[in-house]
Design a binder for this molecule. Structure first.
Ligand code: ADP
Ligand code: MG
Length: 714
């Protein structure tokens, strides 16, 4: 019996066990149990301290250092009451994963005795010796100092493991010199920038009650689950998160029977545990379903303020990984784990809102609200159009390269879908105030000439990278594994920039000059309409059309990243205080480095599997066929296998050479270019021969679990 067939036999006997007494742990009872939420704060903090902290959390006043010791005391008491023994500052360095270093509360007092201690200093600041995190040149190893600082806006939580509890404090990570070393700080800065410019626009519209504007995020998370017993026999899945080899399964997704289909018992058991764990952490998991590809699923939470929602998405991914393993499953978050079937994305639903609860992307009910809505809508359109190259670069990495531009995911061309009604409104506007006001009963703003909007559900376009869906935009091109901080930072900055120009222009108009406003908006519509596209983004015609319109089409990471080094990029990030030139440069360096490292790991892994697993299988089969050469048919197969085996050996040599040649180039950019031009094609060629061999070599000799097994047997 081969390892593959043993795994399959044990999957057949797998029984789903219940992990929790679900009636006892009902959703409403456990929600937020592991989170230092408002009620826990009220319970564990003295009233004046509680009230001050809330004002800071709600963004109304800066953090008051005078209360830190009192807050720390309350946090500690709360954590101890749940059995915590350790605390950690949790942050998101530029590795793209989260980081944490645990310290116990233990503080010895005299011989053989200890007390639990947690000071205000412990709460607000940490100093991980973090010389091993990438800094893109900001911080050399000899000046390794980096600080973590409590992010008051993101809830403190507890990590429960079977053997203990850790108090976890979300933090931002800065260098000694105050430069951002993480993904969080730029996101917070971009929020502030967008908020500031949006407030100027709101004030022009006469809004005096809003104190603050921020963005909301609802990230729909796609992922795959496969059986661990099979997946662990694939070094490519273990090391790279995707299959580097694998012939298509005879049945794929063509019957369309997976999407929204009944959820298998085993997967549903995982999802139940997932939802409960997320609810305990105060993460509002809401929707779960089967996705398009076999073995593919989705979870969507209710939207939250972007910095909290971004932290929560990191926790969602790590919780999925942990629980999948407990259920004997392997969690695949890669953008393209399997060739030939759909990959995974993260659809980031994004909107702007005021602290008074007004969604600025919600078309209003009256003419004045409509005018304001259109102003914000056009500001987004201009921001996305002018900074399409940066937005494209913000989602560029080796994994997402497999998705963007393939015929299933949004293309690498950034365009906006509005839906026919809004598209029509923008077209009217573009023709100018006079044309707009002609449109019969539709248009009525008295002094102004802006059309009235109805709140019909907008139509959908699943092919658009950036689609308006009624009262929010859905940024659909983000990769499934990506931390969403960076794409959201870039989007916020692009929109802040556009809002800043709009605010400048509005402030030059008299308040209430709606004709002036219409002229302004008409101008924006005219000069940015090329970014609007309602059709099928997957089609060849769109690529041709987009080229005609002059829209950037950066197909790979290597084509996309240079935009971040442009003068325009430096100017916009520094103008809004989001990233200094040095901070931006460090991020770009890290992106390049990461790209070549991921590609090199994949090339080495492919070579290893081809040489030590696939080639031996082919040779063994050749041996068996040689013994059966009396049969004419067997001789023909032997000849075919022999030819493919020679082809395999040649392809291995070619990849080896391409990999070494790329690595010998002088700069990381040159290496990345060589990877796109020669390593990836050589790896694809190797895969093509190997996959063909898979279709002829005897099944029991084949060492790698096959697509049909990974995708359908779990
Ligand atoms: P759709 O069907 O348009 O995709 P859903 O209601 O299923 O919309 O929501 C998808 C995601 O969008 C969810 O995470 C949801 O919380 C989020 N979402 C809804 N409204 C907003 C909003 N105003 N801002 C940001 N995200 C939102
Ligand atoms: Mg959606």
């Amino acid at each position: 019996m081969t390892a593959r067939s043993k795994a399959i036999a044990s999957i057949a006997n797998h029984r789903v066990a219940s992990t929790e007494e679900y009636l006892e742990f009902a959703g409403a009872d456990i929600y937020g149990a592991y989170m230092f939420h408002e009620d826990a704060q009220r319970q564990f903090l003295a009233k004046p301290i509680f009230e001050k902290l809330r004002r800071t959390i709600d963004g109304h006043e800066p953090f008051d250092p005078a209360i830190v010791d009192a807050v720390a005391h309350g946090v500690k008491e709360w954590a101890l009451s749940h059995g915590a023994t350790h605390f950690t500052h949790w942050f998101v360095p530029m590795t793209g994963s989260t980081a944490e270093k645990h310290d116990s509360f233990l503080s010895p007092v005299g011989e053989g005795r200890t007390i639990a201690e947690f000071s205000g200093q412990n709460l607000v600041q940490g100093e991980p010796d973090a010389s091993s995190f990438p800094s893109g040149g900001i911080r050399a190893t000899f000046e390794a100092r980096g600080y973590t600082a409590w992010d008051v806006t993101s809830p403190i939580f507890l990590q429960f493991e079977p053997n203990g509890v850790t108090l976890t404090i979300p933090t931002a990570y800065v260098s000694f010199t105050g430069e951002a070393l993480d993904h969080k700080i730029p996101l917070l800065r971009s929020q502030a920038a967008l908020g500031k410019q949006a407030m100027r626009v709101l004030r022009w519209f006469g809004n005096t009650n809003a104190k603050r504007v921020f963005t909301n995020i609802g990230p729909e998370q796609e992922y795959f689950l496969v059986d661990r017993r099979l997946a662990e026999q694939r070094p490519d899945l273990v090391l790279t998160g995707r299959t580097l080899f694998g012939a298509p399964s005879p049945k794929g997704q063509e019957l369309e029977d997976q999407y929204f289909g009944p959820i298998r018992e085993r997967v549903l058991a995982f999802m139940m545990d997932l939802d409960r764990d997320l609810w305990r952490l105060g993460i509002p998991a809401r929707t779960r379903h089967n996705e398009v590809a076999p073995g593919q699923f989705e979870m969507a939470p209710v939207f939250e303020p972007t910095s909290v929602g971004s932290d929560h998405n990191m926790i969602v991914m790590s919780t999925m990984r942990r629980l999948a393993s407990q259920h004997g499953l392997m969690f695949l978050i890669h953008e393209k784990p399997f060739a030939g079937i759909n990959g995974s994305g993260k659809h980031n639903n994004w909107s702007m809102a005021t602290d008074a609860g007004e969604n600025l992307l919600d078309p209003g009910n009256d003419p004045e609200a409509n005018a304001q809505f259109l102003a914000f809508l056009l500001a987004v359109i201009r921001g996305v159009n002018e900074h399409a190259d940066l937005i494209r670069a913000s989602i560029a990495d080796a994994g997402n390269d497999h998705r963007l531009g393939a015929n299933e995911a949004p293309p690498a061309i950034v365009s906006i879908f509005l839906g026919s009604q809004l598209e029509d409104v923008i077209a009217q506007l573009e023709r100018g105030p006079a044309a707009a006001s002609k449109k019969g009963g539709q248009v009525e703003l008295g002094v102004t000439s802006l059309p009235v909007l109805s709140k019909d559900a907008t139509d959908r376009n699943r092919t658009s990278p950036f689609a308006f869906t009624g009262n929010k935009f859905e940024f659909r091109a983000v990769g499934s594994s990506a931390p969403i901080y960076w794409p959201q930072t870039v989007l916020n900055t692009a929109v802040a920039d556009s809002l800043a120009t709009l605010a400048d222009d509005l402030e030059a108009l008299a308040p209430g000059d709606f004709d002036g406003l219409t002229r302004l908006l008409s101008g924006i519509a005219k000069s940015n309409k090329q970014v609007l596209f309602e059709g099928n983004n997957y089609s060849e015609e769109w690529h041709a059309e987009a080229a005609k319109r002059g829209l950037p089409n950066h197909r790979t990471t290597v084509d996309a990243l240079p935009a971040l080094a442009s003068d325009k990029a430096k100017a916009v990030f520094s103008r809004h205080g989001v990233l200094s030139e040095r901070e931006l440069a460090s991020r770009v360096d890290i992106n390049w480095e990461r790209y070549v490292k991921v590609a090199a790991i994949e090339a080495r892994c492919a070579l290893d599997i081809a040489r030590t697993m696939i080639l031996p299988a082919a040779v063994r089969y050749l041996g068996e066929l040689a013994a059966a050469s009396l049969s004419r048919g067997a001789a023909a197969v032997a000849e075919r296998v022999a030819t493919l085996t020679d082809g395999l050996v040649d392809a291995i040599d070619a990849l080896e050479l391409a990999h070494h040649t790329a690595h010998a180039t002088k700069s990381v950019q040159a290496e990345a270019r060589a990877i796109v031009d020669s390593v990836i094609p050589a790896q694809d060629a190797l895969r093509a021969v190997a996959d063909e061999l898979e279709t002829v070599v005897a099944d029991e000799l084949w060492p790698l679990p096959k697509y049909r097994e990974l995708l359908f047997q779990y």
